[in-house]
Design a protein around this ligand. Sequence first.
Ligand SMILES: CCCCCCCCCCCCCCCC(=O)SCCNC(=O)CCNC(=O)[C@H](O)C(C)(C)COP(=O)(O)OP(=O)(O)OC[C@H]1O[C@@H](n2cnc3c(N)ncnc32)[C@H](O)[C@@H]1OP(=O)(O)O
Length: 208
Amino acid sequence: MTSTQQADAGRTSELPKWARGNSHRGGPGFGELIEQVRSVMDASRFIAPGDDVARELTADLSRIVERMQAIAVPVDDAAADSREDLPARGNPSLPPFEIIDLGSEGVVAEIVFRAFHLGRLSAHGGNISLLFDELAGYATMHRVTSGFARTAFLKVDYRSLTPIDRPLRARVWVEEIDGRKLHVLGTLHDGDRLCADMTALFIQVPDA
Ligand SMILES: CCCCCCCCCCCCCCCC(=O)SCCNC(=O)CCNC(=O)[C@H](O)C(C)(C)COP(=O)(O)OP(=O)(O)OC[C@H]1O[C@@H](n2cnc3c(N)ncnc32)[C@H](O)[C@@H]1OP(=O)(O)O
């Protein structure tokens, strides 16, 4: 913490309902389902099917999409993004991080980027930004007095190639608070090697 950091900053109100988390929504099999969704995305990165196979796979997936659309619920009632017991809260659009530590000092997470996150021989930079943005959401959620904080800007410096298929460590913390403005920093390491670091500005807003 720096001396400019507001020592007494921190939540004085409950978390917004959408951020409170839930370990039951979607049932005990929901984690496996989301893992299969991620596996479909991974596998799709490494195929070059002929037309017949592409059409067969499309038909199979269409049936699955139709089944899911038939059981759609309002987004605030959905299991994805609410399951605090699952990687990335069960949200398949996020890199599947696991929270190791979370508190007023910030958040530490383990992340394994996968085939779906591949750019050219390393993780795609946009996925690294996405990871930082999400983890900054966690870090700021602890430090705002109420509501939540939205990203005003987020800058990533890519310091070395970020591998896929191995555990990496991310740390994101609020460095300074100035009224509604939260200055956020973050790092991503592969062992001792720095892969990327991040500077962001988040602005506290009322819950909507
Ligand atoms: C307890 C833990 C459990 C947690 C368990 C659940 C965790 C759950 C995690 C969810 C994690 C989701 C994390 C994703 C977070 C997003 O990705 S949010 C989506 C991306 N961001 C957006 O869409 C934001 C779009 N922009 C906006 O809505 C508005 O521009 C903003 C950012 C809210 C700011 O607008 P505003 O509130 O009207 O603020 P404004 O008065 O313009 O500016 C306020 C101050 O900020 C400054 N400022 C504003 N923008 C900028 C800028 N771009 N550059 C520099 N300065 C700026 C202004 O100059 C002003 O400074 P001062 O004059 O006060 O010194």
